[in-house]
Design a binder for this molecule. Structure first.
Ligand code: FE2
Ligand code: FE2
Length: 260
């Protein structure tokens, strides 16, 4: 089973590079399943129904979110209604949407997907991602050994630690949120592939996707400058994982960074 996990898709430029590259990537890497983080897909913050539909008809099977899940007022109802979108599973009970699911892959098998949010350097007070991750993995394993985790977190330490915590329980732990791809992809002893961050899918010349003049102005003045998505050349960043669908262990893992 061959899976592509795509890092945070940022705004219209990010969506465009997905539409442009994904059909070829699906063929070239013989992909059975594509999961992408879409927390920044609508103008840099959140998601709307048209933006979600655009991504879910461009070769992506499932979308995950993060701290910007609620960035648009339409996000709440849409995340709640669309079964192919996840938000972090460790939000308090009663929050719209769902944090994990099981989907059918192009090759006919089942894959579980879990979205988790980190707590280090975040102001939100989520439940423990380590305990929630274990609990959700155990629940999904009753249906399939193939399980993917998008851990949306800031601190590399928290992401590496969660990868070890879930080693042998899931097929892959992929970090998202920092928008810069890390070079630490590997397969842990228990068979779990991991990477601290998938990187970003969007404009490469901004400040993690934001227009650099605006990001700089905010740093220099400390005023609440309104952010806009950068324009110009884009890249698609992600991780390809080959998983044995009999035991859920990762067999191969490599990063991709494709220019649009
Ligand atoms: Fe992001
Ligand atoms: Fe984020």
């Amino acid at each position: 089973l061959r899976i592509l996990l795509i890092g945070d898709i940022v705004g219209r430029p990010g969506r465009k590079v997905v539409r442009q590259l994904l059909p070829r990537l699906r063929k070239h890497h013989r992909l059975d399943l594509v999961v992408a983080n879409a927390e920044n897909a609508a103008g840099g913050f959140g998601i709307t129904p048209p933006v979600g539909e655009e991504l879910l008809t461009s070769g992506i099977d499932l979308l995950t979110m993060g701290n910007h899940a609620w960035g648009k007022k339409e996000s709440y109802d849409y995340v709640d209604a669309e079964p192919r979108i996840l938000r972090p599973a460790n939000y308090p009970a009663g929050v719209p949407g769902r944090g994990s699911t099981v989907i059918r892959t192009a090759s006919g098998g089942l894959a579980g997907v879990i979205n988790l949010g980190g707590r280090v350097f975040f102001s939100t007070d989520l439940e423990c991602p380590f305990r929630t991750g274990r609990r959700e993995a155990e629940r999904l394993r009753e249906r399939t050994p193939v399980i993917l985790v998008d851990f949306h977190a800031e601190a590399t330490s928290e992401k590496v630690a969660l990868s070890y915590h879930l080693d042998g329980q899931v097929s892959v732990v992929a970090g998202t949120h920092t928008h810069v791809q890390t070079a630490d992809e590997r397969i842990l002893p228990g068979g779990t592939a991991c990477i601290s961050d998938l990187g970003m899918t969007g404009p490469v010349d901004g400040v993690i996707g934001i227009r650099k003049q605006l990001a700089l102005e905010r740093f220099l003045t400390q005023l609440p400058i309104r952010f806009e998505v950068e324009q110009g050349p884009c890249a698609l960043c992600g991780l390809v994982v080959e998983v044995d669908d009999r035991d859920g262990r990762a067999r191969e893992v490599y990063r991709i960074q494709e220019r649009g």
